[in-house]
Design a protein around this ligand. Structure first.
Ligand code: HEM
Ligand SMILES: CC(C)=CCC/C(C)=C/CC/C(C)=C/COP(=O)(O)OP(=O)(O)O
Length: 292
């Protein structure tokens, strides 16, 4: 069955991946050396293609789960608009293309990091952890934290303390980001028998975990300024964003409702988590380029 381009695009999870690609771009633009435009453009293209390919392989492996969840049942595979073989070929082909292009056109280190992030998302998160443990996203979330490292390595050919800290910020941001969402789509995960934290440990425990994981995230996000890696543009933005994040996480912990209709604090935290990362990474770049 020939695949429609809209279904191929849907396989790449474009909504989630635009933030992944944005953090990669910010990593590239924050690096100490700027590559020629064509090289920088190719690097971001490779991150976008590699992330999209990883999303396609995730959907290839999870078609049996996605069919049970309202949020995902309309995807091309569970909805029967595409066969699994085509999705697998698309995902493997695009992964190989993105990594090889990165290696040939940009540099080896960024190609290795790109390959590692694709393999981590597909093998460690999707295949190994997701169906086995409620810690799936705590460990598996590392996959989505690679892009700033990849962008930085693509620009400079090396990895230093600052991009590792940017990795840590996304790594520590992922649990509150995802657990907030998981609370108001809990019944979906229960229906698909995925052991996400609210299904396994209950709603109050998940709320406490959100707040607990927010503290190390805040510490990592505030660190670049006192460490001298970033200046006041980043520092002040980070203080404001983290104060809002903390207040929303506290509101989640104090919420007593167990009904999806009463999950306003959770919805707010999830929506803000996305804005938070966009603005924080924009501040990394602004701080690097604007001399105060
Ligand atoms: C294992 C880690 C993660 C899990 C399990 C997770 C899970 C989810 C889920 C289930 C959604 C719901 C909406 C959808 O499917 O489109 C979502 C939305 C989103 N996620 Fe994550 N996420 C993770 C990490 C990340 C990372 C690392 C980023 C970017 C840096 C990210 C960015 C986003 C964005 C931008 C949306 C909103 C998409 C929209 O506009 O609809 N996520 N996430
Ligand atoms: C550069 C590169 C290769 C980056 C990889 C990008 C990456 C790991 C993103 C993680 C975010 C993501 C799509 C989570 C979805 O979780 P899920 O798969 O459990 O969500 P679902 O239930 O919507 O399928």
């Amino acid at each position: 069955m020939p695949a429609d381009w809209r279904d191929l695009l849907a396989l790449t999870k474009p909504n989630v991946m635009r933030l992944v690609v944005f953090t990669g771009l910010c990593g590239l633009l924050a690096a100490p050396v700027m590559p020629p435009f064509v090289i920088g453009f190719t690097a971001i293209l490779c991150i976008a293609l590699g992330a999209g390919a990883a999303g396609a392989l995730n959907q290839w492996y999870e078609a049996d789960l996605d069919i049970h969840m309202r949020r995902t049942a309309g995807r091309p595979l569970p909805a029967g608009r595409m066969d699994k073989q085509s999705a697998l070929h698309f995902g493997v082909g695009l992964s190989a293309f993105s990594v090889i292009l990165m290696g040939l056109a940009v540099n080896l280190i960024s190609a290795v990091l790109l390959a590692a992030s694709i393999l981590f998302y597909v093998l460690v998160y999707t295949v190994w952890l997701k169906r086995r443990t409620a810690q799936n996203i705590v460990i598996g979330g590392a996959a989505g934290a690679f892009p700033p490292l990849i962008g930085w390595a693509a620009a400079s050919g090396e990895v230093s303390a600052y991009p590792v800290l940017l990795f840590a910020i996304i790594f520590l941001w992922t649990p509150p980001h995802f657990w907030a969402l998981s609370l108001f789509v809990k019944s979906d995960y229960a229906a698909a028998k995925v052991p996400m934290l609210p299904v396994v440990a209950g709603i109050p425990t998940t709320r406490r975990h959100i707040l607990l994981y927010t503290f190390p995230m805040i510490a990592a996000a505030l660190a670049p300024w006192p460490m001298g890696l970033a200046g006041p543009i980043y520092g002040i933005t980070a203080v404001i964003l983290n104060a809002i994040f903390l207040s929303l996480a506290v509101a989640v912990t104090l919420n007593a409702s167990t009904e999806p209709a009463g999950m306003k604090p959770e919805r707010r935290l999830f929506a803000f988590s996305i804005l938070y990362l966009f603005v924080l990474f924009a501040a990394v770049v602004a701080d690097r380029w604007v001399n105060l």
